[in-house]
Design a protein around this ligand. Sequence first.
Ligand code: PEP
Ligand code: MG
Length: 851
Amino acid sequence: MHNNKQMTFSAPFSGAVLTMARIPDPVFASGAMGDGLAIDPLDDVLHAPFAGVVINVARTLHAINLRADNGSEWLLHVGIDTVELNGEGFDALVKDGQRVTEGQPLLRFDLDKVARNCRSLVSALILLNGDRYELSPVRESGSVNVGEPLMQVIALAPDDESAQSTDVRAKQARGSIRVAHNGGLHARPAALVRQTARQFASHAELHFSGASASTDSVTGLMGLGVAEQDEVEVVCLGHDSEVALQALLKALSTPAHDEKPQAPVAAAPKASSKADRENGILHGVTASPGLASGPLFRLDTLELGEDLGGHRPDEQRQILSEALVEVRADISTSLDHDQHEQSAIFATHLAMLEDPALLDAAFDAIDQGQAATHAWSHAVLAQCANLEKLGNALLAERANDLRDLRQRVLLTLLGEARTLEIPAGAIVAARELTPSDLLRLAQCGVGGICMAEGGATSHVAILARGKGMPCLVALGSTLLDIAHEYAHESAHQEVVLDADNARLEIRPDAPRLKEIHSLRAQRFEQRQRQQQHAHLPALTQDGVSIVVAANVASRADAENAQLNGADGVGLLRTEFLFVDRSTAPTEDEQLAAYQSVLDAMPDKPVIIRTIDIGGDKQLEYLPLPAEANPVLGLRGIRLGQARPELLDQQLRALLRVKPLARCRILLPMITEVSELLAVRERIDELAREAGIGERPELGVMIEVPSAALLAEQLAEHADFLSIGTNDLSQYTLAMDRDHAGLAARVDALHPALLRLIAMTCSAAASKGRWVGVCGALACDPLATAVLIGLGVRELSVSPPQVAEIKALVRELDTRQCQALAQHVVSLGSAADVRAASSTFQTQVLTRRASA
Ligand code: PEP
Ligand code: MG
């Protein structure tokens, strides 16, 4: 046991002493990693600055983590950008878990090589768990010799973890993994990592590129600047380190199911210039499509006056603490009520609000005499600046989430509920809106949003798309000037927000406004017309019935599908019914969920797919082992084979729904006939055990090329085939369906896919089975004629699209569709198919209109 409260940190090198701020690297210099000092070394050996235990030697040998006997943990990082040497020129003289004495050599390195090949030799000596220790430098400049005192480290609280330090090796676990989250470790994934780590007693850290961050700190994690597919190292210390490590590796390597593939970052969004302004048009980047017109209204953000001082720190601490409690409670309430996508955003806000780095900065500023308002505001803005200077667009966007928190807490502190008096239908202009601003605006019935800054991948953009609200970002500061000028004009100047074409027309004339009004009216009327016939069957011109069903993920979706005229449910993704739980649903809970979807669709068939997790979809309560390539790993039906008790439980629940004749079971990720036969057999056994005579129809997903190639054999034993074009594209084109840079090329209208679909349809027809499409291609109006021509007879689309697709089906003639299909399978690219299909559609619709 050690109770050393105070410890001397002696110089691990001889050399010049520098403060952190002088380290030629913004991440170290900003203190984002922690407090400490740096040395510009003169010798080639790093010595132990105290007696302790080696937590971890970096894989690339350029840095070491040490734990002192008083519990303080340190990163000793040799040089800047030395990770890039990949271990060359470095020799580790100690191993992980090894006990070391003060002055013991830890690393030897080739001073010349590092000096020649890296940015700098300046080496950072950083306290990683600074919240529990106070540092007082013995010197901050001049030079030191190895072993001379450099800093005093004083423990602020009893170090109850010190008992663990005697046998770190037994309690330490570490592993490396590639980060799979779209856009890297930005706020949401960082919050998820923090949440995961909190379930365990172990202390966990992420190491990346010579830097490390505690999993406690969302901003610290974001500050690592980890991009998608970067490899990070996770180190866990504590009695449950092994399980904590596995959980963290999984959290890092599994993108959340609701992460949208990110639109390729628009190449330098064109900020509007004076010339644009003179043209009357500002150009931006589309965050959410649509067309709107209305008065331009500028929304200002909260500014604080000067801090007049004279505050009592204890009083201000109390005021800030109470405001934080209030805001946390508000956010938790939103979390309880909001839909999934919004919950994820607010959960991130909650995690940011508990970030020790942020809170420490604010409370420290109060201790130095600032008012709670100003201390909070400065602490947040400093964090924003840190994120923005990392040069990562996604992290810079997350600074907006922090600004949102700044605003929320300030409003609470000031006791001022900012009421918005915005004309209905207004186009709101702001520098950058926060997610809660957007939700408030949506309630005010605004027509659209435009921002001077912001990015298309921000949370605000996600929310705007979810609300169907046209939104442009990155319009440049001219936007704000114009909005300001317009605010002083007596009559409200109307603008046109054409988010489909990423432009804001700032001085539309009367004829243009008239044109926009009539375009919007036309779109509205067309939708109304389509909606009137949505509940009727969709028959082609030559009388062929095409079932237009809906893809759903909940009872609410199913009710919406019913309202929109869906002919049934073409795909219920059961994995999404239970995403928000931390424990597995029981058989009865599953039955209730499935039954509620059937009940929401009276008399209509409902296709329920057995659980398809793995790959891009994960469930909290069902941790899967980390896989090098999860998309090619244990997913879909393979998981059912690996965990038969799970599949059995689901099948039992499915066999109990009533009426069973309306329930069709669909199996995901089938690659060969034996998988189907095994499930059919199991359904028989379970039905017999339960005394059920009836059997539900059983279909298979055709979503990997082997299934399409084997469609004839599968159709012999399946009652129907359902094509999952999302995965079929990914596996046929060898392009990750979530890959930001390939998003535009993962096009299911690729002729190779169409050939697989053609093959599937003719094989199924030879066995008298029907084929549906439940992948996203079914929602694409340009694909409707092609799919019908290839022989598809059910299209399962998102509920709001049922009316539109049914209307389109009614314009088509299957013989013409067949000719089109025959033609497009012989083309060479998806782009060619799109062009041919577009020409076909224009011809058909024009002919129909003139008939
Ligand atoms: C598909 O792959 O097309 C499909 C419908 O399944 P999911 O998108 O759920 O993987
Ligand atoms: Mg799929």
